[in-house]
Ligand binder design. Structure first.
Ligand code: ZN
Ligand code: ZN
Length: 289
């Protein structure tokens, strides 16, 4: 396991080099968590909660935290939660950690975290997530090129530690070195095949619109660049943060009132980043029993 986290392999999506390998924090962890010797595999022993883990060091904006969901416990609903905290976990007394990231730790005010959609929590799935310099958190699944917007509001002016809640259906996760993973730009993972028709039609529908109104100011905040496109209506007048707020509130495009199914993140270089509707996942999901 330690070989997966060689310091020589540390790089992030912005191409910068980072100094130290990333592990789970060795002693600040939920009461149900056990780890391997290298602190790169964390398992929840029993029940569905008390599975909080943190990174051993702060992570930089754009530095990917990459996890493999290595074991499931199918008797629960809802799985892994991910996010960032700007409170140094080393300062916490492990016995006083709350049982859940969402909502308990988030409600303490110095953590942002959210539920990963169920389809991204299947055993064997590789999840990478990172925060951008605006405090928006994105993830990618199994090396796919789509970057899915998960949440915003991370305080990027402060050191940030990765937070993972090994909750419910997710029983064990393994930290991986993202630079050792194969890129998957041409191969559809089994995970995404389930949505193949929709994804392909979205790609085709959006392609001709990539050069559309993006580049203008966001029609909501007038402070950020409009860099997203709502689907199926194809309105592209909002920034990533405002799109996320729209999804979590009305769920409808403000211009045409169409129910938003998916949002593509369209950068100036026509790079597309898919953001799926997270509105149903904002709530804490209760276990089956
Ligand atoms: Zn905006
Ligand atoms: Zn619209």
């Amino acid at each position: 396991m330690g070989a997966c986290l060689s310091p020589a392999d540390d790089s992030d999506v912005s191409g910068r080099r980072t100094s130290a390998p990333l592990f789970f924090h060795p002693y600040v962890k939920g009461s149900q968590i056990v780890m391997d010797e290298s602190h790169s595999i964390a398992s929840r022993v029993a029940t569905f909660c008390n599975g909080l883990v943190f990174s051993n060091r702060p992570v930089e904006p754009y530095e990917k935290v990459t996890l493999k969901i290595s074991k499931e416990d199918g008797k629960w609903h809802g799985g892994l939660r991910v996010g960032f905290t700007w409170e140094d976990p080393s300062l916490w007394e492990p016995r006083e950690l709350p049982p859940f990231a969402c909502p308990n730790l988030v409600n303490q005010g110095k953590t942002r975290a959210c539920v990963l959609p169920d389809e991204y929590c299947e055993e064997g799935t590789i999840v990478s997530y990172w925060v951008d310099n605006q405090g928006c958190v994105f993830c990618s699944i199994n090396g796919e090129p789509e970057d899915i917007l998960l949440l915003d509001g991370v305080l990027v002016t402060s050191p940030l530690w990765a937070v993972m809640d090994i909750y419910g259906r997710t029983k064990e996760v393994q930290l991986l070195d993202p630079s050792n993973l194969p890129t998957n730009n041409n191969v559809h993972s089994p995970l995404l095949l389930a949505h193949d028709d929709q994804i392909e039609s979205n790609r085709h529908d959006s392609h001709s619109l990539l050069e559309g109104p993006t580049g203008d100011e966001c029609a909501v905040c007038f402070g950020h660049k409009a860099n997203t496109m709502m689907l199926p209506c194809s309105h592209a007048n909002f920034c990533a943060c405002c799109s996320l707020k729209i999804l979590k509130t009305s769920g409808c495009c403000p211009l045409c009132r169409t129910k938003v199914k998916k949002i593509l993140h369209v950068s100036g270089s026509a790079e597309r980043e898919g953001m799926e509707d997270q509105s149903d996942n904002a709530k804490d999901i209760q276990p089956l029993r």
